[in-house]
Ligand binder design. Structure first.
Ligand code: G6P
Length: 372
């Protein structure tokens, strides 16, 4: 079993370290010599894809958070409206779907019953269905019009890590491909983003070598009873995912919030010593979002929160208000989730280990939920 884990103590740790490959392999072979995306494997005609006027993403759990990240990116790059629905809600909410709707399901296993039923329902309503999936020959891709495989390799640990990064990457690829099909400045912008995306695996590799501090923090926090996570824009689903990892692995009450929502309720939870992770957008994020999140850190720190700040290298504005700063390599705002989630994965892993829990097989959870 030790050999299967490649020298790591747990599958989760191994899979976290495989993330540069999960992203790199999901990009591999999907561009031509000129650096344009080629997705013949999709098997949906360019005409049909160009006619798409609405996208609905269906997924559960971590895959749904990948979908939330994808919404920001695909809408920005294509100007096609994107909605994200939990698969088990989608079917029962009388969804608005036409033959020009692209329903994108995201599933690591390809066997999640809730997601499968959502796909079947979408197809019955006449939608075009694409499966973003990590498992060849599984049920959801077979029941879909097309598939875009993530190439994360088998994921054994129940809590998803490398599949999440691969799902986000595949959704970026899909969004950039749709932008490329739109042509003009959409295509030019997509080309530039794709180039930057190709640099992300090296950045993840560098980040993975730089996580000693977050491990230490986690070990000191083994008795903590509640942790909050704040994020904004694409950092919002990252905050949700950070909270989910902690619930799944360490059985600690954890909640992710949109940072802008803080003043509308959650700030009441802040009392002296309350640990709060804040996923800070890069300083060049549009609309001054960086400054707004820095103000949030200031506000909760003034009320006694222990601020654990995830910020880009070189972001000095966070320094006065951070109890701890966890640095991630700089990247453009839309791609940041591929980096900012990594310290949160490692935090949950390490805290679970410190509590003596089974990291790979948390209680009450299944890797793939094949019942409704
Ligand atoms: C289960 C797992 C989660 C996973 C979710 C969706 O609940 O415990 O880690 O995110 O299913 O799984 P899928 O295979 O559809 O991505």
């Amino acid at each position: 079993a030790a050999a299967e884990k490649g020298g790591y103590d747990t599958f989760m740790e191994k899979e976290i370290h495989e993330q540069p490959h999960a992203v790199g392999d999901t990009l591999l072979g999907r561009t031509d010599e000129a650096g344009h995306l080629v997705l013949d494997e999709l098997r949906i005609s360019e005409e049909q894809l160009k006619a798409v006027d609405r996208i609905t993403i269906v997924a559960c759990g971590t895959a749904a958070y990948a979908g939330m990240v994808a919404k920001y990116a695909i809408e920005h790059w294509t100007r096609i409206p994107v909605e994200v629905a939990l698969a088990h809600e989608f079917r029962y909410c009388d969804p608005i779907v036409s033959e020009r709707t692209l329903v994108v399901s995201i599933s690591q296993s390809g066997e999640t019953m809730d997601t499968l039923m959502a796909v079947k329902h979408a197809r019955d309503l006449g939608a075009l269905t694409v499966s973003v999936c990590n498992t060849h020959g599984s049920t959801i891709p077979r029941e879909s019009d097309a598939v875009l495989y993530t190439h994360a390799g088998p994921e054994i640990a129940v809590a998803s890590t490398k599949a999440f990064l691969a799902q986000i990457t595949a959704c970026y690829v899909l969004g950039l491909y749709l932008a490329q099909l739109r042509g003009g400045s959409y295509a030019d912008d997509a080309h530039a983003v794709l180039k930057e995306l190709q640099e992300v695996p090296d950045k993840i590799e560098k980040l993975l070598g730089d996580l000693d501090r977050v491990r230490e923090i986690a070990r000191f926090m083994a008795d903590t009873r509640s942790v909050l996570f704040l994020g904004r824009h694409v950092g919002y689903p990252v905050a949700m995912e950070g909270a989910l990892k902690l619930k799944e692995l360490a059985y600690i009450h954890a909640e992710g919030f949109a940072a802008g929502e803080l003043k509308h309720g959650p700030i009441a939870l802040i009392e002296p010593g309350q640990p709060v992770f804040i996923v800070v957008p890069g300083p060049d994020t549009p609309h001054g979002l960086h400054g707004k999140v820095v103000s949030n850190i200031q506000e909760i720190r003034a009320r006694g929160a222990r601020t654990l700040v995830i910020a880009q290298e070189g972001d000095t504005a966070v320094e006065p208000f951070a109890d701890e700063i966890l640095r991630v390599p700089a990247t453009s705002p839309m791609l940041a989730p591929l980096l900012t989630v990594v310290p949160l994965q490692v935090f949950a892993l390490e805290l679970s280990t410190a509590k003596g829990l089974d990291v790979d097989q948390p209680r009450n959870l299944a890797k793939s939920v094949t019942v409704e």
